[in-house]
Design a protein around this ligand. Sequence first.
Ligand SMILES: [Zn+2]
Length: 456
Amino acid sequence: MKKILMLAVFALSATLAGAQAKYIFLFIGDGMGFGAVTLTEDYLSSQSAATTGSGTLAFSTFPVAGFSTTYSTSSWVTCSSASGTAFACGSKTRNGRLGMNEDATQSFTSIACRLKEKGYKVGITTSVSIDHATPAAFYAHQPSRNMYYEIAQDLAKSGFDFFSGAGLLNPLGKDKKQENVLDLIEKSGYTVVRSLSACKASAAPKLLLLQPESKPQSAFPYVIDKTADDYTLASTTALAVEKLHGDKGFFLLVEGGKIDWASHDNDAGSMVREVVDMSDAVNVALDFYRKYPKQTLIVVTADHETGGLGVGSGEGGSIGAIRGLANQKASVDKLIRRMEEGAVSYSALKAWLAENMGVALTFDDEATLRDLFAQNAKSKPASDDTPCTLQNAGSMAKAIMRIVSAKSGGSYSTFGHTGTMVPVYAIGEGSELFGGKIDNTDIPKKIAKAAKVEWK
Ligand SMILES: [Zn+2]
């Protein structure tokens, strides 16, 4: 009996010692606080149910859940580069720094680099530009997150296997006189492709998948504005998995970058669709997990909250209000374009909002809209039908979107980030490490532990 027991204990400890996260997914919903997750689930639920309830995102029912701090060394309210540095490199830094310490005298080593050293393949996938703070925190070391040319130079040196995103923000440098950094990246051994089919067909060992040059290089279009040929986060994540999967294991970062952008503009209708887009990408990872459950770890979290989003206020929390999010047909970007494409009258703007935002404005809303119009019109309109050139379209659009969103359950309190904690969800090998309250600097250390890689 004793012998059998000893054998059982031996077998169990051998299993534990051998268990190792070989395929690791880290999803970052940029700006995805509890409000963003809750409102998206309420929106999903409201589409199919007659009463209140909670819909389900791919990650929200993961068996392990917790929450993470987000503060940086310089502020309770972090920026994406300081939080990116924390969960990529395991050390806090001040806002604006990227992969470096507070006084920019020391470069940190990210979990992606540590795993690369151990033989893992590494992929970085985002819905914004690849040199943006969150993805860059895994491969770049710069005093400022705005040094896009230098960040892209770091990308060329990274040795990572797969990158995908919209493009690069500053390929010719600030003075536009530097060597095109894409040439530099190609000289370092990368093949640049600009379509999903070219990426799928390529056998190149190191790939950079960008949007076509005819599209903006700063970000994928908002999901709400997408056309059939636009990339989704799920489509690029699926390609990343295809390219990275092999004997050696992989680490894949996936960023839903425009959850944050929509939230900065207080555009709840666009925001919920961005969260669903990331959830679709998580489903790609879950399909993979189902094939390799004992070797796969999926972690989903956020870098910070954006917008100070509350779910509903008064009637804004009714099922009818939240169901109204589905009626929105265009993002804040299209509103800005409508205001900038030429002179527009108050009546025409109001009609555009009724057609595209799907909400009925009250008498008070109209008064606010009329004030905004008068403040931003270059010349005083003779009547509601007088076309006017509008200035400050960006800030005017934000103010309009705050009104629109509040009517559909999205009550924003700021156009910036907030310092609240963010959710953490995990499934798979090592997922039990991610429960409870954790610090954002713990995330890469816990990933290393799950991968049985020593963190020194
Ligand atoms: Zn932001």
